[in-house]
Write a protein that binds this ligand. Structure first.
Ligand SMILES: [Fe+2]
Length: 210
């Protein structure tokens, strides 16, 4: 990874280590680490950038900062707080005003995922898709399975049924994807989960009648 991005990640890691990041939802799922999510969104963005003609610096910088404001402001208000942290960092690092305003806009608007496609720049489309691709495939299975492990009532079948629900929810949200490669990868991840669940159902003998 390039040094400029490494330094940004260090800043965001320190920011996300602040106490407010342990908001209730995060306490409920301690394995859903916000910093690790940011690393993965950066990784998804790098993959999408191989196929979408977006500006890499603007997109990847926005990916690094997009959730940094969760340290200051929980839930939907986090985007504006993230944008301000991003603005301050880039200004201190000496970037020009035009570059700063473009990155800050991406960060500030990244949560507004339902805007019409025509209103979105290629950078915004990649950022939105990279964010949505996290926790769709194997990580969706891990998330529900790990959380089921904290339930007082546990069974393989109960976990299987919860995963079916998660699969159907994710399957119904495909129209949120904003790039062709993003949609393709989203569907690949879902196909993997579908295959896993079909086999799990077979292993659990849920279709056998006696
Ligand atoms: Fe995010």
């Amino acid at each position: 990874m390039e040094e400029i991005y490494r330094a940004m990640f260090e800043f965001v890691r320190a920011e996300l280590a602040q106490p407010l990041c342990s908001a209730p939802q995060r306490r409920q799922f301690p394995f859903r680490d916000r910093y690790q999510h940011t690393r993965r969104v950066f990784g998804w963005a790098q993959r999408l950038l191989k196929e979408v003609p977006a500006d890499p610096f603007l997109t990847l910088t926005a990916a690094i900062f997009h959730d940094s404001g969760f340290s200051r402001m929980p839930n939907d208000d986090h985007a504006l707080a993230s944008a301000e942290l991003c603005r301050g960092y880039l200004a201190r690092a000496g970037y020009d005003a035009h570059t700063i305003s473009r990155v800050v806009y991406l960060v500030a608007m990244h949560s507004e995922k339902k805007r019409p496609l025509a209103e979105l720049s290629d950078e915004m489309r990649v950022l939105i898709d990279a964010d949505l691709l996290d926790e769709v495939g194997g990580l969706c299975v891990l998330w529900d399975s790990m959380d089921e492990g904290t339930s007082p009532v546990q069974s393989y079948e109960k976990t299987y049924r919860r995963l079916e629900k998660a699969y159907h929810t994710l399957n119904s949200k495909q129209d949120r994807m904003r790039t062709a490669p993003g949609l393709r990868i989203y569907q690949e991840n879902l196909r993997m989960v579908r295959g896993f669940l079909d086999h799990l159902r077979y292993e659990l003998c849920l279709d056998e009648s006696d």
